[in-house]
Design a protein around this ligand. Structure first.
Ligand code: BGC
Length: 753
């Protein structure tokens, strides 16, 4: 009876406290357990508290030099025993400043009773955002266009090294939100609309951050974010309500996190919004039942910015700030990104003292946090490591940034082989992004919004400079001025006049940088003043090439028909301009392909993995197009060479049980120049209990083919790759007929369990 009672108590603790599976032989765990046994409630709650740098910096948010205020630092570290600090103040800091600052913070922990080191976290979203001179790479949307997992791994490893070299061991990346809502201002941070790209690239990136072992000065702890459904905002505005049936959540938004957990991610950040009326920060089902139990995630769950107090102040699900704190911690949150005061600290202590949060839950959270600190080596040496510093600013990162930008470049249109341009032609370079670094780098570039170009490395080039360097100043005319918003850039009359002396117009348009809510938009239509530039350019009768620097697809349907060429350049980082110039003038053969369906208009926002009734609709009017009708489809991207596919072959057309389906196809480069090419394999379930997608991407491979060369590409898939989420929310593969689709070919096969 007594044993039964103990068992019941144990099970209750596990369920309520979501305690981790004990690993008695793990030396880190032993140390952590003995530390927790000595900690006061205040010390424990301090560990769960994360504050922003502005709270301890002289001059708060306006701090420019990383100088800390001694009294504020002491208040945070000694009086409130905070466990973690994040962020920068006004802008990126130098490596030296980061080292000084972090050393001072870790020194201050020596004045606490238990001398527990602080874990510092930063958002290195496409390279080490917040260190001056760090190399920035394409945003995830551009990396997805490369379809190159090895390249994504290399970029990640380089980024990790520059984060660690700055003395920081925790990176709030990668974003694993699925970009199915192009209006969303964080679309550029996603891998696009497809689940398979998101989960494979996301998992590869998580692995690349962590696989060296977090004690190694080449690795950083990753942070999967933002769990879950954050990108599915109904109206496209950041942090607004999401309505997401669980069947959809499981089909399109959960697999990326499932794979990233398997890849070894140590931390996760939570979606600031609500799903079906429940803020995710208070959703025990999603945090405990799904994330902890089903996905088996054992690491640290951190909130996003202010998201606990917002359960009270914004979401109105907690009547008081203390209720908000208890609600979030009981739902499974381990660390609160408070981040601008110590309210959480006081309120959580109160909540525990009043019995609203159990000590077992606190211990569980603290254990995960301390284990993260152990794993990242902070208990061995909390200070910036000389071995890591040596990895900052290596010349090879520049090459890597160029490789990544090159492979991201996506040639959307090339009428009559208008591109590449001859280098002896006179080129008019026009448009707002011609002389803008921020429009090439986007969000999280040396500042949060990425708009302050003074912080960019001195050797960063804009498009005008890169083109001038390539073809010589004598061949370049411009009507533009520095900066995206410069009024010169929108002067239609001067563009028209200057075009008289040009053979071709390269019109650089799109979006300037933005991040998060400041990037909210009510319309994806390209701004009138940019449309006017394009129309004026066409009126000159000169061939016009559009270069699109944009994080999300702006509608260009009204200006697309008259363009001779269109190059999608996304936000591609440090070497974006060089990559654009290389493609325009034929020094690089483009091979990026779209990771999203480029929409035609607001009423045509159908995704490639559409359902049957999105393809076939009742029509009574021939003028109304039905179905999937994007301006450019998912996977579209042109090359300067041509590729021809041989016959699509399957090893069997009767797949059974767990057998493997081998698919092969030969690809020949039939043009005159070498080129890279991505072969994508899709499947289509013809009939299923849940309306099947018309297509789902199941595999891709990027190959490099010399002119005239032929290669055979082999894929192996099995029944798991054919699965979908059924009405009972189970991932199943139903027997029946399927198609394998590669290029324009389809082969039918049958699957039986
Ligand atoms: C963003 C997160 C980011 C955090 C810390 C939040 O506003 O949503 O993605 O990690 O700030 O900078």
């Amino acid at each position: 009876m007594k044993n039964l009672l103990l068992l019941v108590i144990a099970i209750t603790i596990v369920i309520e406290g979501q305690a981790q599976k004990p690993k008695p032989n793990d030396p880190d765990e032993k140390k952590v357990n003995s530390l927790i046994a000595r900690m006061t409630l205040e010390e424990k709650v301090g560990q769960m508290t994360q504050v922003t740098l502005a709270l301890i910096a002289k001059g708060s948010w306006s701090n420019q030099d990383g100088e800390l205020d001694d009294a504020l630092l002491k208040d945070a570290v000694v009086n409130h025993q905070v466990g973690s600090i994040l962020n920068t103040t006004a802008h990126a800091l130098s490596v030296d400043t980061w080292h000084k600052l972090l050393t001072k913070i870790q020194d201050e922990t020596k004045n606490t009773r238990l001398k527990i080191p602080i874990i510092y976290g930063l958002d290195a979203i496409h390279g080490q955002t917040y260190t001056l001179g760090a190399t920035l790479y394409p945003h995830n949307i551009g990396m997805a266009a490369t379809r190159n997992l090895d390249l994504a791994r290399l970029v990640t490893k380089a980024a990790a090294k520059e984060v660690r070299a700055s003395g920081v061991r925790w990176n709030f990346a990668p974003v694993l939100d699925c970009g199915r809502q192009p209006l969303w201002s964080r679309f550029p941070e996603t891998y696009g609309e497809d689940v398979f790209i998101g989960k494979t690239m996301g998992a590869a990136v998580v692995k690349a951050y962590e696989e060296d072992g977090l004690k190694n000065p080449t690795a950083v702890a990753s942070c999967m974010k933002h769990y879950i459904g954050y990108s599915a905002s109904r109206n496209g505005k950041d942090r607004t309500p999401i309505y997401l049936p669980e069947i959809e959540l499981r089909e399109y938004y959960l697999p990326q996190f499932r794979e990233a957990v398997k890849a070894g991610a140590t931390t996760i950040m939570i979606n600031s919004s609500e799903i079906n009326g429940q803020p995710v920060h208070a959703n025990k089902y999603l945090l405990i039942d799904v994330l902890r139990r089903e996905l088996g995630f054992e690491g640290v769950i951190v909130t996003d910015w202010m998201d606990i107090i917002r359960l009270h102040t914004w979401h109105s699900v907690a009547a008081t700030p203390r209720e908000a704190v208890a609600m979030a911690i009981n739902a499974g949150i381990d660390m609160s990104m408070v981040p601008s005061d110590f309210s959480f600290y006081g309120l959580l202590i109160e909540a525990v003292n009043k019995g609203e949060v159990k000590m077992t839950r606190i211990d569980d959270a603290v254990k995960r946090i301390l284990l993260l600190k152990m794993k990242t080596g902070l208990f061995d040496n909390p200070y910036p490591e000389p071995a890591a510093t040596a990895n900052f600013g290596k010349p090879e990162y520049q090459t890597l940034a160029l490789d990544a930008a090159h492979e991201a470049m996506t040639l959307l249109k090339n009428d009559n082989n208008s591109l590449p341009l001859a280098k002896n032609k006179k080129v008019l370079v026009a448009g707002p992004s011609a002389q803008s670094l921020s429009a090439l780098n986007g969000a999280w570039s040396y500042t949060w919004q990425g708009k302050e170009e003074d912080w960019f490395p001195r050797d960063s080039k804009n498009i005008l400079q890169a083109i001038t360097d390539k073809i010589g100043a004598a061949n370049v005319i411009t009507t533009t001025g520095k900066g995206f918003d410069n009024s010169m850039n929108y002067d239609v009359a001067s563009l028209t006049k200057a075009a008289a002396n040009a053979d071709v117009i390269v019109l650089c348009i799109g979006e300037n940088s933005y991040a998060e809510s400041p990037g909210n938009t009510s319309d994806l239509a390209l701004e009138e003043n940019q449309v006017a530039l394009a129309k004026a350019a066409y009126m000159t009768g000169k061939p016009v090439i559009l270069v699109l620097t944009e994080g999300r697809p702006k509608f260009i349907s009204n200006i697309e028909p008259a363009a001779k060429g269109i190059l999608m350049a996304y936000w591609c980082g440090k070497k974006a301009a060089e990559a654009i110039a290389d493609v325009l003038f034929g020094d690089y053969n483009p091979n990026g392909i779209l990771p999203f369906s480029y929409p035609r208009s607001m009423g045509e926002m159908v995704l490639y993995d559409r359902k049957p009734t999105e393809d076939v609709r009742e029509v009574f009017n021939d003028d109304i197009h039905t179905g999937y009708n994007p301006l450019f489809p998912f996977g579209h991207g042109l090359s300067y060479t041509t590729f021809e596919y041989g016959e699509l072959k399957l090893n069997t057309t009767n797949l059974k049980g767990n057998e493997k389906l081998s698919v092969s196809i030969t690809v020949k480069n039939t043009g005159k120049i070498d080129g890279k090419h991505t072969v994508e394999l899709y499947t289509h379930d013809l009939y299923a209990s849940i309306t099947p997608n018309m297509k789902r991407l199941r595999a891709f491979q990027k190959i490099n083919l010399k002119a005239g060369e032929t290669q055979t590409v082999h894929f192996v898939i099995d029944s798991n790759d054919l699965a979908f989420v059924n009405a009972q929310l189970k991932t199943v593969t139903e027997p029946g007929d399927f198609e394998v689709i590669v290029g324009k070919q389809k082969v039918l096969f049958n699957y039986q369990q």
